[in-house]
Design a protein around this ligand. Sequence first.
Ligand code: FES
Length: 83
Amino acid sequence: MSEERIQLKINGLPVEVAQGTSVAAAILNSGRTSFRQSVDEESRGPVCGMGICFECRVSVNGHPHIRACMTTCEAGMEVITFG
Ligand code: FES
């Protein structure tokens, strides 16, 4: 069985992932660990990986505060981190 691959952009750069990959995994696989900054300008990233902590929020297709760990990558998706 072959794995279907899709392309999206993270901070404007093309990334290819397997279908079903979470946005959080795609960001981490691209080498980033900082997803956003706290009000004290500290880097923040995924903690729980299951939608509870809200530390993984990014912009997806222009929508802010999307939990990356709860969002599945889609072809052509535009993801922006703030870390
Ligand atoms: S990692 Fe906790 S909500 Fe996404």
